[in-house]
Design a protein around this ligand. Structure first.
Ligand code: WT7
Length: 687
């Protein structure tokens, strides 16, 4: 329960008077009042918010209809079913025509190279989106079709996703750091008819030949009897006029950006490949939106699943709009003059919800950054904050820990005086990193919004609000409006007061996922089976004496590397593809920057030797199969693995060995004790 009085005491951080001035939710009492309204009368609460958006036809049937209990039938969730709208219309046309924000900057785009920048207004974005929506329609796609988008952080990525939303096409964005195999797997799972990609890009010093990887993915699809009809290629290299999205507003001091010296470095297949800019040349900039049901699918986004096969999380138009727009407004206490910067890539849910849809729905100005926090120097973030006078900065604990290593000087070189609110997401933030973020980056003026949520939840679930909720470093504090958390014990009983256990949610919020694409059964069994009647997050959680929630991390076979989930199973199956590997077991190991990293145990087949070359080969294999984020930090030779008598690998024991912890806990089910000593003596030297 939420306490009656504002929490106070040692280690509790309160908002400054400046933050509280004019805040949407000025104090704890107001938060509690709004929270109770949202719980006691969701229809009234969300209905009022829905009125701020455009509906072609209003909702007439039930406002919310759902079943969360597998024992009573199929799981379903429906918000505002029967109402029709269009998400793209709401985030663009509505802002341009009704709110008169046409000339407002939607995005300041900042490239990998300092000074390589451009900007696009709401009007400019609407125009590009309409043109590209017409391009897609001319390619024959229609409502309900799926399109894969595999692009770097360029404005055309936002254009492509919004164009899909405009014509009712379901976008499936695949992070441009994923491998050809991962892209292929995702295209096949969702049967995408078109792939949209780019020629290539730079990540820091490193050139990524994206078109070549995309080609490989399409070849792999064909080998598995699936052909993608068209591949639309946006030109990001070679700074020609065609690449400029909003020519008139291009940064005046446009430098000789590195990307301008490069051109396409992959073969061109005229049967399949088409240049984005050629298609756009003659496209009309008027495009009637497709009016969609609130419950029509908006997008699919893949996330790792504990079986190793990625899950296509499906979100819908109406609820997702309401929830991302509302969380953005309250959690970042959004004001019209703010300049907001979320450093996440659009290829992840954070980018979908809080770089694209949420900010755009509010008519906000955002920074979109293509580059890295450490390139060309470790001050890059702070330099960009000063350059655009960023007020609201949202990043990941892993980035904070990375930058902390370089000390305060690179931060203090820049004023950061525009900053008002800070945010983090992706994994639990350790108090040390929290305090550095608060004291050094925010000069003790800026509250930190530690937002707990998931790809599956679509938007923030547990989060502070800047002026209303006092902070405790490392706690995601309290539930957002409409969210009803509970902590369960192993037998599924709800725990009251101070407690630790499984974090679950008791009823639907508007942006909860509706299904896993093409696999409703897996949706039900993953999220609703363990504890009937609840949505199960897979995270552990503790509630303290003041009612604050502390996320303790995953309690399934998932790892969180730099804020991104990976499953042990998918890494193991990549390792097992190597002819030398007979058995593999992967566990997480703490990492000072990434949070967690991968520690792999491999048992070799007879006749193979454990050499440095093999280790390098295995690391490359995982990287190639899944992508660079999955690259293992440690691979250890394991002539034998600890197993139960029934043959199950005891990953819990391996986790202790990886960490060099001699206390293994209960080992009574272990079939063969002798493997343990050998594993300890073969340990990799870890950080
Ligand atoms: C998992 C979801 C939501 C966008 C980024 C990741 C962990 C996320 C926090 C936080 C503690 C967090 C959880 C969650 N997580 N935010 N503020 N505090 N843990 O999306 O890949 O779907 O991962 O990230 O373990 O289940 P995702």
């Amino acid at each position: 329960m939420i306490p009656d009085r504002t929490p106070v005491g040692r280690g509790v951080y309160h908002a400054t008077a400046e933050v509280a001035k004019g805040a949407h939710v000025p104090n704890f009492q107001k938060y509690k009042e709004l929270y109770l309204q949202s719980i006691q009368n969701p229809e009234e609460f969300w209905g009022k918010i829905a009125k701020e958006y455009y509906w072609k036809t209003p909702n007439t049937g039930s406002f919310l209809d759902y079943n969360f209990d597998v024992t009573k039938g199929n799981i379903y969730i429906k918000w505002l079913e029967g109402a029709t709208t269009n998400l793209c219309y709401n985030v663009l046309d509505r802002n341009v025509n009704e709110k008169k924000l046409g000339d407002k900057i939607a995005y300041y785009w900042e490239g990998n190279e300092p000074g390589d920048c451009m900007q696009v207004t709401y009007k400019g974005l609407l125009q590009q989106v309409c043109k590209f929506a017409n391009v897609l329609r001319a390619q024959g796609v229609k409502k309900g079709d799926r399109i894969s988008i595999y692009m770097p952080m360029m404005i055309e990525l936002v254009v492509a996703m919004l164009a899909c939303a405009r014509i009712g096409v379901i976008h499936s964005i695949v992070f441009a750091g994923f491998s050809s195999e991962s892209l292929c797997e995702r295209i096949l799972d969702s049967h995408c008819s078109i792939l949209i990609t780019a020629d290539g890009f730079f990540r820091g010093d490193k050139f990524v030949n994206l078109k070549q990887i995309a080609d490989e993915a399409l070849r792999k699809c064909r080998e598995r009897n699936y052909t993608v009809g068209k591949c639309i290629v946006a030109k990001h290299l070679g700074l020609t006029e065609d690449t400029l999205i909003d020519e008139a507003s291009t940064c005046p001091q446009s430098p000789a950006a590195k990307r301008s010296c490069y051109n396409l470095q992959a073969p061109w297949n005229a049967d399949v490949d088409i240049w984005w800019h050629e298609l756009m040349k003659d496209a009309s900039d008027e495009c009637e939106p497709e009016w969609c049901d609130a419950e029509d699918p908006l997008f699919i986004l893949y996330t790792s699943g504990s079986t190793g096969k990625p899950k296509g999380v499906q979100h819908t138009v109406g609820g997702y709009l309401l929830y991302t727009a509302t969380t953005f407004k309250y959690v970042f206490d959004y004001k019209p003059d703010d300049v907001y910067w979320c450093t996440a890539d659009i290829g992840w849910i954070t980018g979908h919800s809080y770089l694209a849809y949420g900010p755009l729905a509010n008519g906000a100005t955002s920074v979109m950054f293509e580059g890295l926090p450490t390139y060309p120097c470790v001050s890059r973030f702070w330099e960009i904050i000063d350059k655009y006078k960023v007020t609201t900065f949202y990043t990941a604990p892993t980035a904070i820990r990375l930058l902390m290593k370089y000390g305060e000087e690179p931060v203090k070189r820049f004023s950061r005086e525009s900053l008002k609110i800070l945010g983090t997401v992706g994994e639990p933030i350790n108090p040390e990193a929290w305090l550095w973020y608060y004291n050094v980056v925010g000069n003790r003026r800026c509250p930190i919004m530690d937002t707990f949520w998931q790809t599956e939840t679509g938007g923030h679930m547990m989060t502070p609000l800047p002026a209303a909720i006092p902070l405790k470093p490392g706690s995601a504090t309290f539930p957002f409006f409409g969210v009803v958390p509970a902590i369960l014990n192993e037998s599924g009983e709800e725990l009251e007061g101070e407690a630790e256990g499984y974090l679950v949610f008791k009823r639907p919020w508007p942006s909860i996922m509706r299904t896993l694409y093409g696999n409703h059964e897996r949706f039900e069994s993953t999220y609703f089976k363990k504890f009937p009647g609840y949505f199960v997050t897979g995270d552990g959680c503790r509630r303290d004496g003041d009612g604050y929630y502390w996320i303790t991390g995953r309690i399934d076979d998932m790892l969180n590397v730099s804020g991104h989930l990976l499953s042990t199973a998918e890494v193991e199956s990549a390792l097992l593809e190597d002819a030398a590997v007979a058995e593999a077991a992967v566990v997480s190991h703490p990492h000072p920057v990434k949070g967690e990293c991968l520690y792999c145990f491999v048992t070799l087949r007879d006749g193979h030797e454990f050499t440095k070359t093999l280790v390098a080969e295995l690391k490359a294999k995982v990287r190639e199969k899944i992508g660079p984020i999955a690259t293992p930090d440690y691979i250890q030779n394991a002539p034998g693995l600890p197993k139960t008598r029934s043959g199950k690998i005891m990953r819990r024991v391996l986790r202790h060995i990886a960490r060099n912890e001699r206390d293994l806990g209960d080992t009574s089910t272990l079939a063969d004790e002798t493997v343990i000593e050998e594993l300890f003596s073969n340990r990799c030297r870890t950080l």
